[in-house]
Design a protein around this ligand. Structure first.
Ligand code: ADP
Ligand code: LRH
Length: 493
């Protein structure tokens, strides 16, 4: 079989990467050709995404990719969910995209529920209620009477914005659209009742296409720079979690996954959404996926906590790697400090270390001081939180899950993977760490007719990836301490 090549541009909240996928004889080899740091920028107390720098990084990566592989046939972009930019009729940006961790949505939920009860918002969208969602970001702009709406022609989610910069086309795609909490998955369209009640101009919502749609051709100027022609830009799942779930090497149907990166997204893939009182109470989401599937999952604050303490210590002069940080935790005693990682105070505190210490103080615990203690507290608490969510998941689905796949950058954290197997009492399979890019690439390959369908795609990913199995150990001890975690974390918000 001949080689076919595709390029994934995978933009995460911590880093962006351009990865070439080479398909040959039922195997998919990947090569990272460019990686760059992604950090929001604080300007006058507002947190913005540096989209022009990111686009420059993408262009630098394209030069590297195409100078090595002239026969790349298409490009697909995925990014984190919920954030957006606004463009004018003339194709200018109206303002700079704001990061979902900006404080403009602090306290917004109470105000929003006065406009529409949370039950109704959930019933119409099936999306986990979180202050970061596009709906609440837009509502914060409505409340400040933002003049940006006057010049806005269309709202574009982050991947759409980069597709626009690459092709000039204005469109969005199903998986990323559903992260907004403005999309009705049953009616399969923008939810007009929400737009009307929250006074969001209806006309700014763009046309929605399914994953696997050709968005357009690479802009002429870029093609000339690269010395190539007729390169298609394809919408994979434009939402990174959508790609990550396509990239889970699961087999059969009794597996669940955690897409582990900045966030930990734990759930299953379903053929239709689950929207009922139980899923509302447990605040599970139903994000749109490839082939009209749904990601029934829960957002857990994830390794963001580790990213932040790492960054804080680097600022103080100790720039430790993730491996070093995790090793410090291994040296500490287990089950000393417990936090609820999903406490809203951890969304974007001034100091994560101090926030964790304050949480321990206010819950009557001793205060972790050493770096290793802080990290152990984060990792154990994440594992306990996984147990909370896993229990809800099995109950709502009314079935036993036999194996958990962990994919994404966080799957490299061996200590957390072992903790997860221990507390859940089931085997955990880790890898691939680049599931998102793999998912992105296989959707392009299916679109181009090179791979038949998602079942074949997952087999290719299974056959091409390194995976590691963690068997549960000490589960009884973990469950005894889980009771302690629950006692401490309940009722604190
Ligand atoms: P995102 O796409 O959300 O930016 P990634 O999938 O790149 O996230 O995962 C980033 C996370 O992966 C980091 O926050 C870190 O916790 C974890 N990670 C990355 N490299 C390593 C490593 N060598 N060992 C352990 N964990 C790692
Ligand atoms: C993960 C992710 C997640 C969203 C969050 C904003 O990168 O896309 O699915 O909820 O970022």
């Amino acid at each position: 079989m001949e080689e076919r090549k595709f390029l994934a541009i995978d933009l995460g909240a911590e880093s962006g990467r351009l990865i070439v996928g080479i398909l040959r004889d039922g195997r998919l080899a990947i090569e990272e050709v460019h990686r760059f740091i992604n950090r929001p920028v604080d300007i006058l107390g507002r947190l913005y995404w540096n989209v022009t720098q990111m686009f420059q990084d993408i262009k630098d990566g394209l030069v590297k990719a195409f100078s090595k592989y002239k026969d790349i046939e298409s490009i697909g972009i995925d990014t984190w969910g919920v954030d957006f930019g606004l463009v004018t009729k003339e194709g200018y940006f109206a303002g700079i995209p704001v990061c979902y961790r900006d404080h403009r949505t602090d306290g917004i939920l109470e105000k929003a529920f006065e406009v529409m009860p949370k039950e109704r918002i959930y019933e119409l969208t099936g999306i986990q209620i979180m202050q970061i969602n596009t709906l609440f970001q837009l509502y914060s702009m409505v409340l400040e009477n933002s003049s940006l709406f006057n010049s806005t022609y269309k709202l574009l989610f982050m991947p759409d914005l980069f597709n626009f910069m690459l092709t000039g086309e204005i469109k969005t795609e199903f998986s990323i659209a559903t992260t907004s909490q403005i999309y009705n998955p049953i009616k399969d369209g923008w939810e007009e009742e929400i737009l009307r009640k929250f006074s969001i101009p209806k006309d700014i919502m763009p046309e929605v296409v399914p994953p696997g749609t050709v968005i357009g051709k690479l802009y002429k100027g870029i093609e000339e720079d690269l010395g190539v022609k007729n390169i298609h830009v394809i919408a994979p799942c434009e939402h990174d979690t959508g790609c990550a779930v396509v990239g889970v090497p699961g087999e059969g149907d009794d597996w669940a996954y955690i897409s582990s990166g900045t966030w930990s997204l734990m759930g299953v893939e379903l053929k239709s959404p689950i929207i009922n009182n139980d899923s509302l109470r447990a605040n599970f989401t139903n994000e749109g996926g490839y082939n009209k599937t749904f990601r029934f999952l829960k957002n857990i604050m994830g390794l963001w906590l580790l990213q932040r303490v790492k960054r804080e210590w680097a600022k103080e002069g100790e720039d430790l790697s993730y491996t070093e940080i995790t090793r410090l935790a291994e040296e500490e005693k287990p089950f000393k400090y417990f936090i609820n990682p999903d406490d809203v105070s951890f969304l974007n505190p001034t100091s994560m270390v101090k926030e964790i210490q304050d949480y321990c103080k206010k819950t009557g615990q001793k205060v972790p001081e050493k770096k290793g203690e802080i990290v152990r507290c984060i990792l154990e608490s994440l594992a306990f939180r996984y147990k909370d969510v896993f229990t809800d998941l099995e109950r709502i689905l009314n079935k036993k899950i036999k194996v958990l796949h962990i994919v994404g950058g966080g799957s490299q954290n061996q200590l957390l993977s072992q903790f997860t197997a221990d507390v859940l009492g089931i085997p955990v399979i880790t890898g691939p760490k680049e599931a998102t890019a793999l998912g992105n690439i296989v959707v392009q390959a299916i679109t181009k007719g090179v791979v038949k369908d998602i079942i074949e795609a997952r087999k290719i990913i299974r056959d091409s990836s390194e995976m590691k199995v963690y068997q549960p150990q000490n589960t009884e001890e973990w469950l005894r301490n889980y009771e302690k975690y629950k006692e401490i974390t309940q009722g604190v918000n």
